[in-house]
Design a binder for this molecule. Structure first.
Ligand SMILES: [Zn+2]
Length: 104
């Protein structure tokens, strides 16, 4: 069992409690949860690294959808988050250069 950890992250300038914690406490199925009502995102830490990154982007996309009342469907959240995940993953040089000022 992985230890749980919590940190405060920012989404659209809102403080969000970001917690990696085994799912028992939140639900059956799924690798994460986003709840603007509680100002938190929960991520199951026990998944492969790419799955973890993909889940984080998925839950952040849900959070943005809820904060902006976009009312995105699960399919829309899935499509956008898979697209963003593969974009970030497939273009590390561009991402590092343009977002983190890292020279390649
Ligand atoms: Zn979802």
């Amino acid at each position: 069992m992985t230890e749980s950890s919590t940190e405060i992250i920012k989404i659209l300038s809102h403080d969000v409690k970001f917690t990696k914690s085994s799912p028992g406490i939140w639900a059956e199925g799924g690798m994460g949860r986003a709840a603007i009502k509680y100002g938190e995102i929960l991520i199951d830490p026990e998944q492969a690294p790419d799955s973890l990154k993909s889940t984080i982007i998925h839950e952040v996309t849900h959070y943005i959808s809820d904060l902006l009342s976009l009312d995105l469907s699960e399919q829309q959240v899935d499509g956008i988050s898979i697209g963003m995940f593969t974009f970030l993953n497939d273009n590390p040089k561009l991402v590092n250069r343009e977002f983190y000022n890292k020279k390649n």
